[in-house]
Ligand binder design. Structure first.
Ligand SMILES: Cc1cc2nc3c(=O)[nH]c(=O)nc-3n(C[C@H](O)[C@H](O)[C@H](O)COP(=O)(O)OP(=O)(O)OC[C@H]3O[C@@H](n4cnc5c(N)ncnc54)[C@H](O)[C@@H]3O)c2cc1C
Length: 447
């Protein structure tokens, strides 16, 4: 029987295994160095914040794997031998495969900062990072001050985590406004305010120079490059982005760029070897997407896709329209389609912000054809199905505004905002868009 070996028990590897099992009788082995069982990485923060126990982040009971004949093996893979169809563990043990799926995810970036390996310095990616955080920052007596370096989605999560235990935090952000390489100015500034409102010591436009040690090899302080200021701290979180976790493949025959290079079928340059999830890099980016996408749902989609191919139904990876969601302390964020940090030449924007400064929408559309390109929602949750449909149907911005009631989850709650939004758009654009009533038939027919 064909043996499928998967390296990595994250969302990508586990989704691939589940779908291979659904569609075939093949022997399946998942290998991982991190944990015995799959867990939801996106929920790690809630464990530290006390909302969940670690066990609750594991969606499948331990019997699930045996019942579905998915072998689990704990171990670190140090080599892939594509000529002999074997993987090798760091203790020298070998395991052969007929087909191999590499799903090894990401690792936190480190930029060679002096002191980056001291006790109390950590990334926020693996379960071991969470254990480290519990060790070095259990409370504000052990950790009197923490510094988080790097202002992205994981950085702000770590800030929120530390803040939830009343640990004072300094947040070093290289950009001049939070995540402004991705967010337009207005949204970025809204999040700056949210961070400051939570009494986080936000430092914009600064870089880490070095991390200093005490006599025992523990973190003592950090130094800011631009100002030379030294800040005493017990914990340093390094959250300056992630990159594919593929160092162990350096000497293999696999084509490597920043990630493992794959084509649209998620095939590598080696026969019978595939790569999926955060560690895979498309030879050519799909549409306006990035060639590496370190997000949860794309890992799941790649897992489903590669399972089909391995089970004889060869299909291309087609991720559909871009969307993403996250939370910036108390402000929920969703994005559908494209709203770039900078407006492109063919684009026009419409921005509405609630006076409480915690809700906004930002619409992006083609200024010539009026085609809707994308939306950012902050503090207002809207329906994915709606925006997926309007993007597919290439609807205009006017259509989107007319049908805002269909996009909202709670029509009563948002009625006021919708009228205000449309009125502002009409005023700024000299249009006469009228809000349509919620179209229940469409909503119900989609359930
Ligand atoms: C704190 C945090 C919050 C996040 N929040 C969100 C969010 O809200 N929304 C979102 O879309 N995404 C979020 N992400 C990103 C998302 O979690 C990742 O995109 C996703 O988990 C990647 O899945 P994966 O299966 O590709 O890899 P991973 O989940 O990284 O799994 C890979 C596994 O392979 C193991 N492994 C690696 N190398 C080897 C080896 N050589 N031998 C054996 N095992 C190995 C690793 O230890 C790991 O267990 C978040 C990430 C983090 C860290």
């Amino acid at each position: 029987m064909e043996h499928i070996v998967i390296i990595g028990n994250g969302i990508s590897g586990v989704t691939a295994a589940r779908h291979i099992r659904k569609n075939s009788n093949k022997e399946i082995t998942i290998v991982s160095a991190e944990t015995d069982y799959f867990f939801s990485r996106t929920a790690l923060m809630y464990v530290y914040m006390g909302h969940l126990k670690f066990e609750h982040t594991q969606p499948y009971e331990s019997w699930f794997w045996k019942k579905n004949r998915i072998n689990l093996k704990k171990g670190y893979v140090s080599k892939v031998h594509s000529n002999s169809n074997e993987i090798e563990f760091n203790d020298g043990e070998k395991l052969s495969f007929d087909k191999l799926i590499i799903a090894t995810g990401s690792k936190p970036n480190k930029f060679g900062w002096p002191g980056q390996d001291l006790n109390g310095v950590m990334g926020m990616y693996h379960k071991q990072d969470l254990e480290n955080l519990e060790k070095y920052a259990p409370d504000n007596k052990t950790c009197k001050h923490a510094v988080v370096v790097g202002g992205g989605l994981i950085g702000i999560e770590l800030v929120e985590m530390l803040h939830s235990r009343n640990i004072p935090v300094t947040f070093l952000v290289r950009e001049h406004s939070f995540w402004n390489g991705v967010l337009p100015k207005e949204e970025s500034e809204m999040i700056n305010k949210e961070i400051l409102k939570n009494h986080i010591d936000l430092r914009l436009g600064v870089n880490l120079k070095e991390i200093k040690s005490d006599a025992l090899g523990n973190v003592k302080s950090i130094v800011i490059a631009e100002t030379g200021e030294e800040i005493e701290c017990n914990v340093v979180g390094l959250t300056a982005g992630v990159s594919p976790n593929i160092d162990f493949l350096k000497d293999s025959e696999l084509e490597i760029g920043r990630g493992v290079k794959v084509n649209r079928f998620l095939e590598t340059n080696q026969p019978n070897i595939y790569a999926i999830g955060d560690c895979a890099e498309q030879h050519e980016a799909i549409g306006s997407r990035r060639s590496i996408e370190a997000v949860w749902y794309t890992g799941r989609m790649m897992g489903e896709t590669v399972a089909q191919t391995i089970c004889g139904n060869k299909i291309e990876y087609k991720p559909g329209h871009w969307f993403n969601s996250a939370k910036f302390i108390d402000i929920e964020y969703q994005t559908y389609g494209w709203v770039w940090a900078q407006t492109k030449e063919n684009e026009a924007r419409f921005y509405w912000e609630h006076k409480d400064e915690t809700k906004c929408i930002h619409l992006n559309y083609d200024k010539n054809t009026r085609e809707f390109i994308g939306i950012n929602n902050f503090g207002i949750r809207m329906r994915h199905e709606f925006f997926d449909r309007v993007l597919t149907e290439k609807r205009s911005v006017d259509y989107v505004l007319e049908h805002l009631a269909d996009a909202n989850f709670d029509p009563e709650f948002y009625k006021l905002h919708e009228s205000e939004i449309v009125a502002k758009f009409n005023q700024e654009n000299n249009t006469n868009i009228q809000l349509k009533k919620k179209s229940w038939t469409r909503i119900f027919s989609r359930v």
